[in-house]
Unconditional design. Structure first.
Length: 56
């Protein structure tokens, strides 16, 4: 699978929109890191800041 790197701000909004669709604010903060990891591992969508130097 080819990785997609999104601008960090856009990626954050994307994750927030997914969480807002399913959860209220209390749970959103608790599982945000898990959602970011799942997006990366299962869909190949990562925030730009997670790109390693050798991938550029």
């Amino acid at each position: 699978m080819t990785a997609i790197y999104m601008n960090d701000e856009d990626h954050s909004r994307y994750v927030d929109s997914i969480l807002d669709s399913f959860l209220g604010g209390i749970l959103k903060d608790r599982i945000r890191d898990d959602v970011v990891l799942a997006l990366g591992e299962h869909l190949g969508i990562w925030p730009e800041s997670s790109r390693s130097d050798d991938e550029e």
